[in-house]
Design a protein around this ligand. Structure first.
Ligand code: ZN
Length: 303
């Protein structure tokens, strides 16, 4: 990341220019499908016009979602403030699953743009995105690290909107069993040993932080118990890298009521009109329901 120009240091960083609708539209428009999808990635409708693999109704459903603070109950120790676009349900859930488990890789662009909205709503600039590292096993199964890909698209979208954003990879994931079926205690135990610091990259990251004043944001597709995000945060903190926030696309709704008492680390910069103030009771609109019979196999639980 380039050092901030003198003028920027005096004035502060440019106000974010992201607007949810614009971000969604741009994200979708920027994407080129390489393979014609079988149907809408959100509702599987196959006799409706699709834009980038998603029908107009599903696109509108996610466009209506507003990034908000969430908190697992119980929250693991050391978990930073978490922001999500919506609950892990309805169209958003189907899009995440289509991208992550059904090979719809083309959704990385629009979903990355949505993740950028979550980051922009709750952090400043410059920002360094740390995708939760996936295991090599998971990357092979999904033809790549799906969270890293999301993060790259999110950073690109943030830069287009006038923010400084980079993706950094200071951690690596250790081989671990699938967390499906684990309760929160077991997940926390598994997550505690799941990541290792990459010393050279962390050293460069600390240098970058000192020179840029950037905020570090951990990004993931889904947050469930928060154990994974807390473990990533702990490894980074041990290495001298403070994490400002966690940003995800979807939060499992049953455990994650909208948080009301997470104070911001510092005042929200001017112009961040889309940020939901702490304590806001603004609820996430329910996502469009998937028509009966449209859901096929049960989805593996998120990590
Ligand atoms: Zn649809």
């Amino acid at each position: 990341m380039n050092r901030r120009p003198a003028a920027d240091r005096r004035r502060g960083w440019p106000a974010p220019k992201l607007a949810l609708g614009a971000a969604v539209s741009d994200g979708w428009a920027a994407l080129v499908d390489l393979v014609l999808p079988a149907g809408c990635a959100g509702c599987r409708a196959d006799r409706t016009p699709l834009r980038r693999g998603v029908c107009a109704a599903c696109e509108a459903a996610v466009a209506a979602l507003v990034p908000h603070l969430v908190r697992p109950v119980p929250a693991p120790p050391g978990l930073p403030p978490c922001a999500a676009l919506g609950g892990y349900q309805g169209v958003l859930r189907e899009l995440v699953l289509s991208y992550k488990e059904r090979g719809r890789h083309g959704l990385a662009g629009p979903l990355g743009a949505l993740l950028a909205d979550v980051v922009a709503a709750h952090t400043g600039s410059p920002v360094l995105l740390v995708p939760v590292p996936g295991t090599a096993q998971a990357a092979r199964r999904r033809h790549g690290d799906h969270v890293a890909r999301l993060a790259r698209h999110a950073a690109s979208r943030l830069r287009t909107a006038g923010r400084q954003a980079l993706v950094v990879h200071p951690l690596r994931a250790m081989p671990r069993p699938d967390s499906a079926g684990l309760d929160s205690t077991a997940r926390a135990a598994a997550a505690a040993t799941a990541f290792r610091v990459r010393p050279g990259r962390v050293a460069r990251l600390r240098t970058l932080l000192r020179s840029s004043g950037a905020e570090v944001v951990v990004v993931d597709d889904i947050v469930t118990t928060g154990a994974t995000a807390a473990a990533v945060t702990a490894r980074l903190a041990e290495a001298g890298v403070p994490v400002r926030a966690v940003a995800v696309l979807a939060a499992t709704a049953r455990r994650m009521p909208p948080a009301r008492a997470i104070p911001p680390a510092r005042p929200t910069p001017p112009g961040t009109s889309r940020a939901v103030p702490p304590g806001s009771s603004r609820a996430v609109p329910p996502a469009r329901a998937v028509p009966p019979g449209k859901t096929s196999r049960p989805a593996p639980p998120p990590t």
